[in-house]
Write a protein that binds this ligand. Structure first.
Ligand code: NAG
Ligand code: NAG
Ligand code: NAG
Ligand code: NAG
Ligand code: NAG
Ligand code: NAG
Ligand code: NAG
Length: 371
């Protein structure tokens, strides 16, 4: 009888773990002593193509040869060689000159470079331009604008994402919100739309992914912006990852990129990249945040698979001691098993009821057999 009960418990928990559990990302527990490259490369986006690793990012304001977005190449994720700036900028006084947060997506052997361009931190619009090789050169004068700055006056941090389930491409990006509907706070939040027409157009179904709800996401008290004064909160730098087929983890950076408040957290969606996303952050960014003497203002990450096609790595920037340069760091990203609770799945009552029924049936069968 004891044996039968023990067996039933094993069966029950095996079912719970295999049927009902989800892998969620764990906090970074090991920080490298120095960046993989010690010059300026912020908002690092790493990707792999044909056996080679590439990394691109935001450069310093004025770049050499009218080109921006520094790039690095690696064979092993450890040694990274500088490989020039990849985007030829439009260099005219009437044109925006702040180029931010590039990412690359490959479709049918064409590489699409997404980025935002604005005047300082104002009037950013999203652009895309293409090339036949991963590091270009890409030409800004050939780019297409994905957002209309007259209608949407601030859009940054484009993040192309392909759903493994059906191959559909999406674009995550950040924009500003001045309302406080649904308990959200005023500031920059993350939205998503489908990418259509060979990556050159947004479908026009912009959907909210995540907006600010927590104190640690404060960008600035009494920020003077949009002809008003707001306590401004920021969520930016989306990086969505499917560790399991039907689970979409949207990593984001919150707080102020210029200060130690910056850090990485995440939200989860269980049905589609369009959401709905839930996020159970607490009083601090859960994946990484500043740690005295270890890391300063870590954030704006991307995720990449190691050579074994299994180990995940998180690529993020952080400040140097002097707070003059943001350089890229890489840490292993670990996963832990979670039984979704109501706040992060919405399905737990149904799941647990079904599981309980299965448990009862198994127990009855075992006992019936034992008698
Ligand atoms: C992929 O790499 C191989 C070997 O390094 C090379 O011969 C081939 O041309 C590359 N293919 C593409 C599409 O770059
Ligand atoms: C950069 O562009 C400007 C304007 O087109 C041009 O005058 C200047 O010579 C260029 N500089 C370099 C280094 O190519
Ligand atoms: C990086 O540079 C070193 C030294 O020049 C070279 O041996 C290595 O092959 C380079 N790695 C890549 C991925 O280009
Ligand atoms: C952008 O939006 C404005 C205002 O609706 C419109 O007049 C303009 O034609 C749009 N521009 C483009 C390129 O669609
Ligand atoms: C997308 O590009 C492919 C080739 O790269 C072309 O065959 C196809 O017609 C294009 N589709 C659209 C909608 O432009
Ligand atoms: C923000 O402004 C209000 C009104 O002027 C002031 O009372 C408050 O102290 C300010 N908060 C900070 C953190 O500066
Ligand atoms: C827009 O997105 C929402 C949220 O995913 C979805 O429910 C709706 O069907 C979409 N509408 C269109 C026209 O694609």
């Amino acid at each position: 009888m004891k044996y039968a009960i023990r067996t039933s418990f094993v069966v029950f928990f095996t079912i719970i773990i295999t049927v009902n559990s989800t892998l969620i990302p764990d906090h970074i527990d090991e920080y490298p002593k120095k960046p993989v490259w010690s010059n300026y490369l912020a908002d690092p986006f790493a990707f792999e193509f044909n056996g080679t690793y590439y990394m691109i990012g935001t450069g310093l304001g004025l770049s050499e040869n009218n080109a921006t977005f520094p790039s690095l190449i690696s064979d092993d994720l450890i040694t990274w060689n500088y490989s020039g700036n990849i985007l030829d900028m439009i260099n005219r006084p009437d044109q925006p000159s702040s180029y931010w947060a590039p990412e690359i997506a490959e479709k049918d052997n064409i590489f699409y470079l997404f980025y935002s361009v604005g005047f300082g931190d104002k009037k950013h619009r999203l652009r895309v331009t293409s090339s036949t090789s991963p590091l270009g050169p890409y030409d800004d004068s050939q780019s297409i604008e994905l957002t209309n700055v007259t209608k949407l006056s601030f859009a940054i941090d484009p993040h192309p994402f392909q759903d493994k389930k059906d191959g559909q491409w999406y674009l995550f990006y950040s924009r500003d919100f001045l309302d406080t509907n649904d308990g959200y706070r005023v500031g920059t939040g993350i939205v998503v739309d489908r990418l259509i027409n060979n990556m050159t157009q947004l479908a026009g179904n912009e959907t909210i992914v995540l907006r600010a709800k927590h104190d640690w996401q404060l960008y600035e008290h009494n920020r003077s912006i949009y002809d008003n004064i707001y306590d401004w909160y920021t969520l930016e730098g989306a990086a969505t990852w499917q560790q399991e087929s039907g689970v979409y983890i949207c990593f984001y950076s919150g707080g102020n990129w210029q200060s130690t408040s910056y850090g990485v957290d995440y939200g989860i969606a269980y049905s589609s990249p369009m959401g709905p996303y839930t996020e159970d952050s607490t009083n601090q960014a859960r994946i990484t945040h500043s740690i005295e003497g270890i890391i300063i203002g870590p954030g704006h990450n991307s995720i990449i698979l190691g050579r074994d096609q299994k180990t995940t790595y998180i690529v993020y920037h952080a400040w140097n001691e002097a707070k003059t340069i943001r350089s890229p760091y890489i840490s292993q990203l670990n996963w832990k098993t979670m039984i979704p609770n109501k706040s992060s799945s919405g399905y737990d009552i149904l799941h647990l009821t079904l599981l309980f029924l299965v448990y009862i049936i198994v127990i009855v069968l075992i006992f019936h057999h034992a008698l």
